[in-house]
Design a protein. Structure first.
Length: 83
């Protein structure tokens, strides 16, 4: 059995990375909403779940973008893609 061509391996890894990060995005976007009713505390008149979801989601989305950029840079270096 032969190894897949480098180009096929690059795109397979790119699609896998994108799928995992989209899954992370979906979890960050929808999990706090699903569990929000269990947090009944209020902060400055707003539900605590609102604060956790809004601030935590923003940080998580920024982390997803950073992870994507770093992983793609690594993949491109390994595949020999020009920057």
């Amino acid at each position: 059995m032969t190894a897949p061509p480098p180009r096929d391996d690059y795109w397979r890894r790119t699609r896998r990375l994108t799928a995992w990060l989209l899954l992370a995005w979906a979890v960050v976007a929808f999990a706090p909403v699903f569990f929000a009713r269990e947090l009944s505390l209020e902060v400055f008149g707003w539900p605590l779940a609102f604060w956790l979801a809004s601030q935590g989601a923003l940080l998580a989305f920024c982390a997803i973008v950073i992870v994507y950029a770093r992983c793609m840079a690594k993949l491109e270096r390994e595949a020999g893609e020009p920057r």
